[in-house]
Unconditional design. Structure first.
Length: 540
């Protein structure tokens, strides 16, 4: 079996005038890999240590220049093995527009609102231009809209206003907005699975076109830099909620009956965008979700830090009916789900029927919050998700696949490998469960997990599907076709070795042991579990 790095490529949307990012996949035989050496035009430029570090950011390139790259596998102990190669040409560089200098003169101290100056710099961009927020500056702004073929480079601090009015579109500017705006100045977007009018995000890209949700409304955009994007947090989110709390025209939140809860903007919001890169920045303190991508295609997020601890509904990274999504080399410290993959909510999500699919997640550190979630808004379906070399620690649910019985939709073709997680949960949930029910139950199927450790507190693994009370013989909505192999249940932190199975079919478990070498404790609903084998021995 080859030791060569597999599928070496330039990460989608990352090829820029002065940098690019290489990604590859581990060889089939990776147990003896110590790391990789990266060469540029035959000169060594860096190391990546460990078999799972399958990415490298290449900086300080020249525009309009061709480069040759080589990634060489290093075997233990320090033996050079096979290499993979790729050639790339950087594009032409555009103009750098420092928003604190002429002709914009944005206040660099953060004392005066600089929304208009920053937006003008964006509007002035030609293809390939960069708007710069320089180091040692703070820009205070309301909502801004990026345009196609540009970069927003944040080296200082971009700080969000605490005034909700700064996240609306005022009447004199509504004609210039490509999407739909209501009388309150809120934009048509999507939140918790439904298309509805909400406040704008601090940074916005694209708009929603309900006549054609596949149309690209903004493309080829990049947010980069070593600075910080800081939102208004709960202070702004609470102010947004309070303004519309008693307005019947905005849907109420089920858990507390407050209408304004669903109108909050996000920190970064992208709608019907294509070819987007988010890199190196720190994004902090959103009014609710941090990064939300709706009906997007090809988004690469890497090298960033997401901080939303203590935020009400503080999700980290939420692809929503989006495809060809890639996230790696990112840390999370969130107040809710670190990642939540969504695709709409019944009944609208079933009708629109745009799945989230082809999502690759690797080399992440999730340090708190609820964990790594797929669902619960999955009425349009979720398919083809790969999760590798991730740590999901100190979270509530670990790795969680979830839906409610009324959602419809599906979660399928999920592959998890070489991860450390608190636990695995596949289940039904009953929160946020408003809206007419779908015509069919959801289903979870084709899930493969290998070489993974579960080490949190509570039960290690729970698989619970859906049963049809009217047709007990219908197994189509069970958890189906699950393969677990080389799984360790680490009991050090008080985790139990219990595995709960209900409404499941076609399960193949192999080599599942505790860290002490013991077999797990199985708790099986024998009336609803069928074709279950452990180490090739049939159990149910």
């Amino acid at each position: 079996m080859t030791n060569q790095p597999l599928n070496l490529q330039i990460a989608p949307a990352t090829l820029a005038a002065t940098h690019l990012t290489l990604i590859w996949q581990k060889p089939g035989a990776y147990q003896h890999i110590a790391g990789y050496i990266i060469y540029q035009n035959n000169q060594e430029i860096g190391h990546q240590r460990g078999a799972g570090k399958t990415h490298y950011l290449v900086s300080n390139l020249q525009p309009s220049t061709t480069y040759h790259f080589e990634v060489v596998t290093i075997l233990k102990p320090n033996k050079v093995a096979e290499a993979a190669t790729i050639t790339a040409e950087t594009p032409k560089a555009g103009q750098l527009r420092d928003v604190t200098k002429a002709p914009y003169f944005a206040d660099p101290t953060g004392q005066q609102l600089a929304t208009d100056q920053l937006q003008q710099a964006i509007n002035d961009c030609q293809k390939g231009d960069t708007v710069l927020i320089p180091k040692n500056t703070t820009l205070l702004t309301g909502a801004i809209d990026l345009k196609s073929n540009m970069t927003l480079q944040v080296e200082g601090i971009l700080k969000g206003s605490l005034d909700p009015i700064d996240y609306t579109i005022l009447p004199k500017k509504r004609a210039a907005y490509g999407g739909q705006v209501n009388g309150d100045g809120l934009i048509l977007t999507r939140y918790e699975g439904w298309e509805m009018y909400c406040y704008r995000s601090l940074i916005n890209g694209g708009y929603l076109d309900p006549a054609n949700r596949h149309k690209v409304t903004c493309q080829n955009i990049r947010i980069s830099g070593t600075g910080r994007i800081i939102g208004g947090g709960n202070t702004l989110g609470t102010a947004m909620k309070q303004i519309y709390a008693d307005k019947a025209r905005y849907p109420k939140y089920v858990s507390d009956g407050i209408g304004g809860r669903r109108v909050r903007g996000r920190l970064l919001g992208f709608i019907q965008c294509a070819n987007l890169e988010l890199t190196q920045i720190s994004v902090e303190n959103p009014p609710c979700w941090t990064i939300h991508m709706i009906y997007c295609d090809t988004v690469t997020t890497h090298g960033i830090h997401i901080q939303s601890q203590g935020i009400d509904n503080g999700d980290g990274w939420d692809p929503d009916s989006s495809r060809n999504m890639l996230i790696f080399d990112t840390t999370f410290d969130t107040g809710d789900d670190c990642i939540a993959i969504k695709s709409g909510k019944n009944p609208e999500g079933n009708t629109i029927a745009m799945p989230s699919e082809n999502i690759r997640i690797f080399d992440l550190n999730m340090l708190g919050g609820h964990g790594m979630a797929i669902g619960s808004e999955e009425s349009g379906g979720v398919s083809n998700v790969t999760i590798q070399d991730c740590q999901i620690q100190n979270t509530t649910y670990g790795l969680e696949l979830k839906a409610s019985a009324s959602r419809g939709g599906y979660i399928q073709h999920i592959n998890v490998q070489d991860c450390l997680a608190d636990r695995l949960t596949v289940r039904s949930v009953d929160y946020n469960d408003d809206g007419p029910a779908a015509s069919t139950l959801p289903y979870f199927q084709d899930i493969t997990i290998s070489h993974t450790i579960f080490n949190g507190s509570g039960p290690a693994i729970q698989l619970t599907g859906f049963t049809n009370d009217n047709q007990p013989e219908d197994h189509n909505h069970y958890v189906r076709r699950v393969k677990l192999q080389a799984i360790t249940l680490d009991l050090t932190k008080g985790n139990t070795s219990e595995i709960y199975l209900k409404a499941c079919e076609d399960l193949q478990f192999k080599d599942i042991k505790t860290n002490l070498g013991q077999n797990p404790i199985y708790k099986i609903d024998t009336n609803t579990v069928f074709n279950f084998t452990v180490d090739a021995v049939k159990k149910a």
